[in-house]
Design a protein around this ligand. Structure first.
Ligand code: NAP
Length: 251
């Protein structure tokens, strides 16, 4: 691919809520040029030689095929669409190996604050006897707990295990179903659904006589745009498949 001072960007799912926000962010960003808005029925192969990077915010049923088509078209991919699993990631990793100059980022959360909260939580985890995660969302969300909360809890659990910490203190002997939240690798995760909320997370740590709380609030789709723009600027320098924006933040 020819390198140019301006990065040519295509948006897949450009008519969607996230896609429209990404188009506006790309148009405003220095040294990025929006060259294509694709939606249902548009041919990804048409991006060959036209776009350097494509951003995919489509639907879980389309996103993997889009990424394969982007690789074949010689276009780096930045993907925010949810629904990826080990199988789909493995197929993309294998396909990307055939194009050593191309990068693919699949990031379940582009909010830099949410990614930092997860990283800081893993750092804090070995230093506190107790840790619990509370995620709070609007009532139209269909899954609980959120993927971000599950990842946060898994990161805390892994850090505690690596530090050889024992289980957390909890004398609960009788409880109503769900009262202690979901158990993610031994870390309790609580999901609140409340009209008026958007997407929020609190990570609670406790020692005797000391509490430490990390909180992140996403108040609008624009909160994802600094992460998306950073990824668009970085993806060409990270060949192969990368999962998670944290790998692009040099934490
Ligand atoms: P949305 O408003 O439904 O937008 C999706 C768009 O993609 C729609 O315009 C849809 O068209 C279009 N589309 C469907 N199939 C396509 C295909 N094969 N090629 C191109 N476009 C296609 O959804 P959204 O709220 O923008 O969310 C999009 C995805 O991003 C979801 O998976 C969501 O969970 C995820 N998301 C991720 C993050 C993150 O930080 N990673 C943040 C927010 C959302 P039709 O409406 O005609 O089907």
């Amino acid at each position: 691919m020819t390198s140019s001072p301006v990065t040519r960007v295509a948006v897949l799912g450009a008519a969607g809520r996230m896609g429209r926000t990404v188009c506006a962010a790309v148009e405003e960003a220095e040294a990025l040029r929006l060259v294509a808005r694709l939606d249902v029925g548009d041919d990804v192969a048409s991006l060959a030689g036209v776009a350097d990077v494509a951003v995919d915010f489509t639907v879980p049923s389309a996103t993997e095929a889009n990424v394969h088509a982007l690789l074949d078209a010689g276009v780096h991919a930045v993907v925010g669409t949810t629904g990826w699993d080990e199988g789909s990631l493995g197929r993309v990793r294998e396909h990307a190996a055939a194009y050593p100059g191309l990068g693919v980022l699949v990031a379940p959360n582009f909010a830099i604050g949410a990614v930092l909260a997860m990283a800081f939580a893993a750092k804090a985890a070995p230093w506190f006897e107790s840790a619990e995660v509370v995620e709070l969302h609007h009532p139209d969300k269909v899954d609980a707990p959120s993927g971000t909360a599950r990842h946060t809890a898994a990161g805390i659990a892994a850090a505690r295990a690596a530090a050889g910490m024992p289980g957390m203190p909890d004398a609960t002997a009788a409880a109503l179903d769900g009262a202690r939240g979901a158990d993610v690798d031994g870390v309790r995760v609580h999901a609140v659904r409340l009209r008026g909320l958007v997407a929020h997370e609190e990570i609670l740590f406790g020692n005797a006589g000391e509490l430490f709380t990390i909180r992140h609030d996403s108040l609008d789709r624009v909160s994802f745009m600094p992460g998306v723009v950073h990824a668009v600027r970085t993806v060409a320098s990270r060949p192969g498949l990368t999962v998670g924006l944290e790998s692009y933040l040099d934490l």
